[in-house]
Design a protein around this ligand. Structure first.
Ligand code: ADE
Length: 245
């Protein structure tokens, strides 16, 4: 999987993605991340990439030419890539979008800074706008790093254990994850739930499902789509609901 990233802060982006699992995938050649800075395509003495907004108002807007040229440079290397702009105006990124991106050969991520980018860049070069959520970041780099991380872990061979990605939150059921425990058995007087020490794999699987469903129901009830529940999940949900009263 190949990512191109248009960013004014390539070192900041690479600092995040070169750590941990994604860093190993880059070193193993399973994931490539190419950055291109609009600054390298600014031709004036000060390498200007932004200007005041027409119509007035605070902040600066990224000008079209340096950013378009940076996209163009990445396009030569990644001709089939869709261009995704990271912005709070986009549709909210989720596991389904991560899965969809992971099925592409390549994607170009466009990071804005300042108040945003000139709308004509979006009109002429952007295929999709994506947001991390309903909050404002100072720039798209943190969002691009999150997209690269979540997409890369879905690329075959990137995670050590083949089942790891399918066991993640959201992966199979779209629910939140269950709690996890490791040694010691007792920490500060808090014991590991006995079922996890029982060796009864069926009981453990049922407990994990019940925990995941309970958490999801409490914290993110909108994620439980009753149409997608199996009869066993439906029974589990009924049991959890009855225990509430
Ligand atoms: N850039 C600024 N804010 C953002 C957000 N919430 N999601 C993605 N990109 C952003």
């Amino acid at each position: 999987m190949q990512f191109g990233v248009v960013t004014l802060f390539p070192e900041a982006l690479m600092g995040i993605v070169e750590a941990g699992v994604v860093g190993r995938a880059i070193r193993d050649g399973k994931v490539d991340v190419f950055t291109e800075s609009p600054r390298s395509h600014a031709h004036d003495k000060h390498r200007t990439v932004d200007d005041r907004p027409f119509g007035g108002g605070p902040g600066m807007v990224m000008t079209p030419q340096p950013t378009m040229d940076a996209i163009g440079t990445l396009r030569q290397r990644l001709p089939k890539a869709k261009v995704v702009y990271l912005t709070p105006q986009g549709s909210v990124f989720n596991q389904a979008a991560a899965t969809r991106f992971s099925q592409a050969e390549s994607v170009i991520l466009l990071c804005g800074r300042y108040e945003g980018i000139d709308e004509r860049i979006i009109d002429s070069a952007v295929d999709e706008e994506v947001s991390l959520g309903d909050f404002v970041l100072s720039g798209g780099e943190v969002a691009a790093a999150a997209v690269i991380d979540s997409v890369s872990r879905l690329v075959p061979g990137v995670l050590g254990h083949p089942e790891s990605a399918s066991q993640d939150s959201f992966a199979a059921s779209g629910w939140l994850d269950c709690p996890h425990y490791t040694r010691p058995e007792i920490f500060n007087g808090m014991a590991v739930p006995p079922v996890l020490m029982s060796g009864d794999h069926k009981a453990i699987a049922l407990w994990r499902r019940q925990q995941a469903l309970t958490r999801t129901r409490l914290r993110r009830p909108e994620l439980i789509q009753s149409s997608a529940l199996t009869p066993a999940d439906r029974a589990l949900l009924k049991k959890i609901e009855s225990e509430d009263f």
